[in-house]
Write a protein that binds this ligand. Structure first.
Ligand code: PMP
Length: 405
């Protein structure tokens, strides 16, 4: 498969344990991924040996920490193929990154009567901040729908864009349907109308190689914890021109150039958007996580995960009376489904009894639930450390639970 996943499992000691007296089978990777020992060790080593606040001190450890933090920014810049390090802002996660843009961009560029476009398959994090901005500025939220197989009706975009459209926010990969959206084409269409685009990359960065310059997106956001890094750290990439034009989001230390009671002037990019002490340990851990997956090779990861997705989908369909939500040809390792009439909460609880962790509920995507007229779904999601054996265990567990009902 291009890499030896038996060796890879050794990097993830958390996976080697029992839950409810069974081998733990972790199929909830779209919610959060596990961290390799290299990331855990980096954080430990850093906390034991080097910790000091960044950008503030002239002492040795302050300088070392600052260098490590700025090195992590370089790693993210290269990973996203961004043009300049100043275009990479560290935040606490995807949610904060989107809120930052929804506040700062809209403060400057959104007026009464304007419009913002999102899609029907967005995570709540890419709906609510825009809705709040629309409420603040008396603007309107418009929605690109998707068809029942989970494909975005992106051909409707041209009809939805008007001369009042100020920004389009779209997920690269849906966290419920697994659909990989044609974001490059969406960006091309949007730009032909001079409309900028924010891409929610929370579910794409672990699986797809990203080149923000090739995509030509205006903003790209993601979270560390979904890409084998720590929680509480995330990234906002923004084109310099937009970031320069936007007012700061949070005020405080570090984001200022000079403060007087009469007037404060702001720091240059990227610090203008990094108020207060950042999660520098998280950023350093994220840098290590990115280096880890680059070492494995994103292409190898993608083809192995595709193999897992195909195998799991085929075996699940062979069970019969199992509905999969989202069946587009271009899809990552996410399978949301309904088995017979078994309620997802019952299914999730019983799977856990058998040592298998999946996600159940509304998956932070109420509009997707509404689309299919369901109140909840069960979601299995895969990472490169999952195995065929685990898929078999999952299928056997579904059979066993079905026989109980
Ligand atoms: N967007 C998508 C597509 C997601 O899957 C998630 C996390 N489930 C988020 C945004 C929010 O990410 P976070 O909770 O890390 O801020």
């Amino acid at each position: 498969m291009g890499f030896n996943y038996q060796n890879i499992r050794k990097d993830f000691p958390i996976l080697d344990q029992q839950v409810n007296l069974r081998p733990w089978t972790y199929l909830d990777n779209a919610a959060t991924s596990q961290r390799p020992i290299q990331v855990i060790e980096k954080i430990r080593e850093f906390s034991v040996l080097t910790n000091a606040n960044i950008h503030r001190g002239t002492h040795t450890h302050a300088i070392r920490t600052t260098e490590a933090y700025e090195n992590a920014r370089e790693i993210v810049k290269d990973f996203l193929h961004a043009k300049e390090r100043e275009e990479v802002i560290f935040t606490h996660g995807t949610t904060e990154s989107i809120n930052l843009v929804a506040w700062s961009f809209c403060e400057k560029f959104l007026s009464e009567g304007d419009e913002i476009i999102v899609t029907e398959m967005e995570h709540h994090a890419n709906i609510v901040p825009w809705q709040m901005a629309c409420e603040r500025h008396h603007a309107t939220l418009k929605v690109i729908p998707f068809s029942d197989n989970g494909e975005l009706k992106s051909e409707l975009l041209t009809a939805l864009i008007s001369d009042r459209t100020r920004i389009i926010a779209v997920t690269h990969v849906s966290n419920t349907l697994g659909t990989v959206n044609p974001v490059k084409e969406i960006i091309r269409v949007a730009h032909s109308h001079n409309v900028p685009v924010l891409i929610d990359g929370a579910q794409s960065v672990p699986h797809i190689s990203i080149d923000v310059q090739d995509l030509d997106c205006d903003f790209f956001v993601f979270s560390g914890h979904k890409i084998y890094g720590p929680t509480g750290i995330g990234v906002l990439y923004g084109k310099r021109a937009w970031l320069e034009a936007m007012p700061p989001f949070l005020g405080g230390g570090e984001m200022i150039e000079r403060v007087t009671f009469e007037k404060t002037t702001y720091n240059e990019l990227p610090y203008k958007f990094e108020a207060g002490t950042p999660h520098y340990v998280g950023a350093i851990g994220l840098g290590t996580a990115i280096q880890y997956i680059l070492n494995l090779g994103l292409d190898h990861i993608a083809s192995y995960e595709h193999h897992l997705l195909t195998e799991a989908s085929e075996k699940m369909k062979a069970l019969g009376n199992l509905q999969i939500f989202g069946e587009t040809p271009s899809k990552t390792g996410v399978i949301s489904f309904q088995l017979d009439q078994i309620h997802p909460f019952d299914l999730g609880t019983l799977l856990d009894q058998l040592g298998i962790a999946v996600r159940t509920g509304r998956l932070c995507a109420d509009p997707v639930m509404d689309h299919y007229h369901v109140t909840a779904m069960t979601r299995a999601s895969f990472a490169f450390y999952n195995t065929s054996e685990e898929i078999d265990r999952f299928i056997e567990a579904l059979k066993r639970i079905r026989s109980m009902f």
